[in-house]
Design a binder for this molecule. Structure first.
Ligand code: ASP
Length: 404
């Protein structure tokens, strides 16, 4: 009997936990398997986005549809990210994980060393000065912008553009084929990454931060299991239980890689193959979502900022919490879809309400695990978004039981 991919991955996770616990640090060499899995995914992200977006746009027929899809996507993304932050703020204010925390002696200098993107630089990055430079640096927003331009231009020259339409459609089909192959490796990749994480993380550092982790996790659980399923059920008319099964490979890959970008090819494949959302929608909604829609990251940043304030005995009044809400949303948009990015853009939130940046040092010890959790929620949010937008666009989604 052939097991479904999501069953294989569940087994891989369980095995990874066991192997990680038993072997501890000795599990380190296994990382190479996970690294190769991530490298394969990364290798196809840029060509996949370019090909699938151009193919998606030319298949729209009417370019005005693109504006409509874009508007719905942005509305959905803004609304869900805001909801996530609100949940985070409520939970952290109720649980007060920072009250009574002994401010550690660790300093935050290491964490604060990453480059914090400014809003201006994010906007500037959208327009590539050099396409190949943008591709080489994995600048997804630049690629999206260029693909939009290319797709609309090809559509607008009608007959003459036909060879390019055929080219990009074929290119897209080939990229999806490669993604399908890589997905067969997902159970091995997830196993290696998880076993490595579990084997090499010191459990002892967690204790003082247990309540903080529980707070972030609770917020993420509420958002992922209550808020998003309600939206999915109401707007996409899709059973959340079936949907999680359909996109489980993507969510598990996000969890183990802690990178929405690396997961993108798998997210696209799951939605197109299992849920029936068209390439028209996935090709636009998902790359954009992987880059700017990070519900989990926004929630994490809001909770962490308040946690740090609590730990330092700083009372944030309602107006300041509102600033946290807005900046956490912006900082999540600015965060790159790679591991640890949310921790760096959190500086934006802390600065906005004058919280000590050293506070970041406190939470470094548990960063990786929370990164995995929030990335899983980020990708889950993107997937739900694609289904919602597809349904609002009148697409018939797939309700047949899936075969893998
Ligand atoms: N790792 C996250 C992602 O790729 C971003 C973050 O660090 O919050 O979605």
């Amino acid at each position: 009997m052939k097991l479904k991919v999501h069953t294989q991955i569940l087994i891989a996770i369980a095995l990874a936990v066991a192997v990680g616990v038993v072997l501890g640090e000795r599990v380190a060499p296994i990382k190479i398997v996970g690294d190769i899995f991530i490298r394969l995914l990364k290798a196809i992200i840029i060509p996949l986005i370019l090909a699938s977006m151009v193919a998606g746009i030319v298949s729209l027929g009417d370019v005005r549809k693109l504006g409509r899809i874009g508007l719905k996507t942005l509305l959905y993304y803004m609304a869900t990210t805001t909801l996530a932050v609100v949940v985070g703020l409520v939970v952290v204010n109720l649980m007060e994980p920072g009250a009574g925390v002994d401010i550690g002696t660790e300093t935050g200098s290491e964490a604060a060393s990453g480059e914090v993107p400014s809003i201006a630089s994010i906007i500037e990055d959208i327009v590539p000065a050099n396409l190949f430079d943008a591709m080489a640096k994995d600048k997804v927003l630049s690629i999206i912008f260029f693909a939009l331009l290319l797709g609309v231009a090809i559509s607008s020259i009608a007959e003459k553009g036909k060879p390019l339409v055929a080219f990009f459609e074929a290119f897209n089909a080939v990229m999806m084929k490669i993604t399908g192959w890589i997905m067969h490796l997902a159970p091995f990749g997830v196993f290696a990454l998880m076993a490595h994480t579990i084997g090499t993380m010191g459990l002892s550092v967690w204790k003082p931060l247990a309540l903080y982790m529980a707070t972030v996790a609770l917020g993420l659980v509420i958002h992922a299991f209550i808020t998003l399923p309600i939206l999915l059920h109401t707007f996409a008319k899709y059973s959340p239980v079936k949907f999680i099964r359909d996109v489980f490979t993507a969510v598990a890959t996000a969890f183990s890689t802690a990178s929405s970008a690396a997961t993108l090819p798998i997210t696209m494949d799951c939605l197109q193959e299992n849920t029936g959302v068209s390439n028209k929608v996935t090709s636009f909604v998902l790359p954009l979502g992987a880059t700017v829609n990070m519900d989990g990251t926004a929630l994490y940043e809001a909770v962490s900022a308040i946690f740090i304030a609590q730990a330092y005995g700083i009372d944030l009044h309602l107006g300041q919490q509102l600033i946290v809400m807005i900046t956490a949303t912006l900082a999540s948009i600015g965060a790159a879809a790679i591991p640890g990015a949310g921790l760096i853009t959190m500086v934006i939130v802390l600065k906005a309400v004058n919280l000590p940046l050293e506070g970041i040092g406190m939470i470094l010890a548990v960063e990786r695990l929370l990164d995995m959790l929030r990335t899983a929620v980020n990708v889950w949010g993107d997937a739900c978004g694609a289904a919602v937008v597809a349904r609002l666009e009148g697409e018939k989604l797939n309700y047949k039981p899936t075969s893998g």
